[in-house]
Design a binder for this molecule. Structure first.
Ligand SMILES: [Zn+2]
Length: 71
């Protein structure tokens, strides 16, 4: 597996669909490639951040108070 393939699988969400062989290949690649290891860590941190952010977005905002008169 090449870095490009690994990153594509990771970022496109195909890691889950890769099956056991694909997961082992990805795991082996992480073991030998520190860059992809670091990227995976960053990616997971990013996913967590995005998850927290989307939860934040889903909380309904207070309706803005309408000004009674505007000049
Ligand atoms: Zn790599």
């Amino acid at each position: 597996m090449k870095c490009r393939e690994y990153i594509f699988q990771l970022t496109s969400g195909q890691m889950e669909e890769a099956g056991t062989a694909g997961k082992i290949a990805a795991w082996q690649h992480r073991m030998i490639c520190f860059r992809c290891r670091a990227f995976t860590r960053n990616d997971q941190a990013l996913q967590d951040m995005l998850k927290g952010y989307s939860e934040h977005l889903q909380t309904p905002p207070n309706p803005p108070a309408k000004p009674s008169s505007e000049n």
